[in-house]
Design a binder for this molecule. Structure first.
Ligand SMILES: [Zn+2]
Length: 313
């Protein structure tokens, strides 16, 4: 079992909200996928009421699950685990992180990139799973320019159509109206510098050799997940199929921000089942830093309380 809140730049305590810098803790984690160099770069943390991320959980069960995981009852911390891969002479960032679009504790990607010896101009491409602000928030500088000046930005076409080309109805999100308006505006603002040169992709496409996108719609119309692969090694990135292993993997509870909850659930089951069956290393964008682990198939199913799987580090 994963014990969240013990590692790295996103401790799961309530104090995490009030302590922006986590001074002294590394916000990067290096490993390899075959010949591909991979580095998790934390952009910090966001979070909110646990109920938002476990919309259909019975209250007493939710509180018990949080208590058993040593997590606070009133706040769930979500990490922002972007992944830098270096392959074929290119540096590709998977997810851009939140910046300050969803609270004061995002925006750390730049210092963590510097800590591994890179400047924003060293990034050749940025691949976004979906256009929620916590995935695109760092793309724009304060004065409206491109924060990663050389990078080609890849965005799922269905998300671009829904969030950027129209004014989406976000009334399905279990948050106050004021939050929804800011959320929608932050998406458009963050992507504004790329109106003329964004690369729109269909989930399923290969972005570069070694990085394939996987259809995972439901959370948003176009959300994709990713498979990084080299030789016999693979890494599955699960994007926002799950927010936190304790409520969306070990328990089957549905994230409130999923736009189409049935389609999202089907995507979650299909991809988590593959991860378990193929014993794939997994990186969860919002999981406790650095977000790496493996999915387990449940060994027993409790009637009326079936976990979809289990996350183990
Ligand atoms: Zn997210």
């Amino acid at each position: 079992m994963l014990i969240p809140g013990m590692a790295g730049s996103g401790s799961g305590t309530a104090n995490a909200q009030a302590t922006p810098a986590f001074a002294g803790n590394a916000g990067h984690y290096r490993f390899r996928v075959g010949d591909i160099s991979a580095t998790v770069l934390s952009d910090g943390v966001i979070g909110g009421p646990p109920r938002v991320y476990a919309s259909d959980a019975p209250e007493a069960e939710l509180q018990e699950v949080l208590r058993q995981a040593f997590l606070p009852a009133d706040h769930m911390t979500l990490n922002l685990n972007t992944l830098l891969i270096e392959t074929g002479g290119r540096r590709i960032l998977i997810e851009a992180g939140a910046g300050k679009t969803m609270g004061p504790n995002g925006g750390q990607i730049f210092e963590n990139l510097a800590a591994v010896g890179h400047a924003p101009a060293d990034i050749d491409a940025i691949v976004i799973s979906h256009t929620h602000p916590d995935h695109v928030g760092n793309l724009r500088t304060a004065d409206g320019g491109k924060a990663f000046p050389r990078a080609t930005v890849f965005v799922p076409k269905a998300d671009w159509d829904f969030f950027v080309r129209t004014d989406p109805d976000l009334s399905y999100m279990p948050v106050p109206e004021e939050f929804r308006l800011r959320f929608a505006a932050n998406i458009k603002n963050s992507l504004a510098p790329f109106m003329n040169d964004v690369e729109l992709y269909e989930a399923g496409a290969e972005i570069v050799p070694g990085l394939t996108t996987i259809v995972a719609s439901g959370h948003t119309p176009g959300m994709a997940t990713f498979l990084v692969h080299s030789g016999n090694d693979q890494l599955l990135l699960t994007a926002d199929l799950a927010y936190h292993p304790v409520v969306n993997v070990d328990r089957p509870w549905l994230p409130g921000p999923d736009r189409d909850k049935e389609t999202a659930l089907a995507s979650r089951r299909r991809i988590f089942d593959r991860a378990a069956a193929d014993r794939l290393p997994v990186l969860g964008f919002h999981f406790p830093f650095p977000g790496l682990g493996r999915m387990l198939k449940p060994t027993a199913v409790t009637p009326g309380f079936p976990p979809t799987g289990s996350f183990d580090d």
